[in-house]
Design a protein. Structure first.
Length: 459
């Protein structure tokens, strides 16, 4: 069992002299593969077992960065969200509370509980999940893989020595690592991972599950947690995850890319929704608002108005229609299809409702602004419900800047509410969003000004 990073800057955090830890290397889970000793002349593929308390070995002068390639396509379970972040904000809930049946999700244990967490996931993979998956893929800063049988699936292609002075420093491995992380906001890239969007389980899809939003997570938007979800509900969802894994046909032709469909909806409506809710003149002139909405929705409106058909046309422009309810149970559309159809329906229905309000004749000119305000309020409620990240994007940043957002362990509440372009000097030391309970990453001490109660992985 080992950890693998997709980005070399991520893995460099772990390319440290072996003497600072034993054969097991640095604590896993921060993305890169735990450190190994110097390579043998034969570039042996043998992996040292990970241990919670590795013995001390003599100090090496250099660490080693290993590069691997898979022998075949890996079958992985993607755990969504910042699921490798050792925080007290719920980032570990899906693993600890749902999959591993633990009584709490607490990152304060040895190595943030990562050893036990990884062992538990691999135990599930090898027993209940009948070897149908080879490991899991998660995100903290960069994307990482926990691979349960390292030697069976990978071959080593290169090893280079890394002097301590060349390692990434700072709480996230240095500025180059921060840039590498920011380059993956919209995906891993290069077709290196193919997600089956037609096969996933989401707690949000269970209307009878209560307690998801009952928590004390501090943020500018409400956040979900599983701490107050009943054990029986968690067991139900876990059973569905197991069914999903066991029924997965890895040789089947990949289905529709529902992420691309969602992206198309965002591309079409993100800017107009923002425009409607931020242009002040619309709030005073309902005719101007009605004119804008008419232009936006004109492909779906005929001379003989029929709001039901108009909504159907609007939705179908992006999301395929749902089949009739009389279909066989085994042919139920994928969750992604149903979710996107629901979102598309609300967008189209809201915009058409806003148009009807803005286009209605006012009894007096003094009521024009009242009608306009009401029409915009309807759209504003939709914007709040959608909560699209496109409305927080920074736009184009400078060559040596990133759109900085909280990614464990860095970031502030301000960075989450209003991200902006920042350079290396501005990023350094920005902490606080993720609380103080989780262990920090390797690569450096806490930035100046942070409370000493923060825990950081030792070098």
């Amino acid at each position: 069992m080992q950890w693998l990073a997709f980005e070399p800057e991520h893995a460099l955090i772990f390319a440290r002299p072996q003497g600072r830890r034993g054969p097991g290397g640095p604590p896993p889970g921060e993305g890169g593969p735990p450190g190994e000793g110097p390579p043998t002349e034969e570039y042996s593929d043998t992996q040292q077992p990970l241990t919670d308390s590795p013995p001390f070995v003599p100090q090496e002068k250099a660490g080693y960065l290993h590069t691997y390639r898979p022998r075949h396509d890996l079958h992985l379970l993607y755990i969504d969200g910042l699921s490798a972040g050792k925080t007290s904000n719920g980032t570990l809930d899906t693993q600890d509370l749902l999959l591993l049946n633990l009584s709490s999700s607490d990152p304060r244990g040895p190595m943030g509980g990562e050893m036990a967490r990884a062992q538990g996931l691999c135990e599930l993979a090898n027993t209940i999940w009948q070897g149908k998956i080879d490991g899991v893929i998660r995100l903290e800063g960069g994307f990482e893989i926990i691979l349960c049988d390292f030697k069976a699936h990978l071959e080593r292609t290169d090893v280079i020595s890394v002097n301590p002075s060349e390692q990434g420093r700072g709480p996230m491995g240095g500025w180059e690592y921060t840039k590498a992380v920011a380059s993956r906001y919209h995906g891993i890239g290069g077709g290196r991972v193919r997600v089956d969007y037609g096969a996933f389980v989401s707690v949000y899809a269970y209307p009878d599950v209560k307690g998801v939003w009952e928590n004390d997570v501090q943020s500018d938007v409400r956040m979900p947690r599983l701490t107050n979800v009943s054990p029986s509900d968690l067991a139900h969802v876990k059973d569905d995850v197991t069914s999903l894994i066991l029924s997965k046909d890895w040789n089947a032709h990949p289905g529709r890319d529902w992420q691309a469909v969602a992206d198309m909806a965002v591309a079409r409506y993100s800017a107009p929704l923002h425009h409607i809710t931020t242009i002040r003149t619309f709030r005073k002139d309902k005719e101007q608002l009605a004119q804008y909405l008419t232009a936006l929705l004109s492909p779906f409106i005929s001379g003989e108005r029929n709001t039901t058909r108009e909504t159907e046309r609007c939705v179908a422009q992006i999301v395929p229609s749902l089949p009739l309810l009389s279909i066989p149970p085994g042919s139920v559309p994928p969750l992604a299809h149903r979710a996107l159809h629901k979102v598309g329906t609300r967008i189209c229905d809201t915009l058409l409702t806003s148009l009807s309000i803005a286009a209605s004749p006012a009894p007096h000119s003094a009521y024009s602004a009242v009608y306009a305000e009401h029409a915009i309020e309807v759209v504003a409620e939709l914007v709040e419900w959608l909560g699209w990240t496109s409305w927080k994007e920074c736009g184009a940043c400078g060559d040596e800047e990133v759109c900085f957002i909280p990614i464990w362990p860095t970031g502030t509440f301000e960075d989450h509410a209003k991200p902006r372009c920042r350079g290396a000097d501005e990023v350094e030391g920005r902490m606080g969003y993720w609380g103080v309970r989780g262990g920090g990453p390797p690569g450096g001490k806490p930035p100046g000004g942070l409370k000493k109660s923060l825990k950081w992985w030792g070098m």
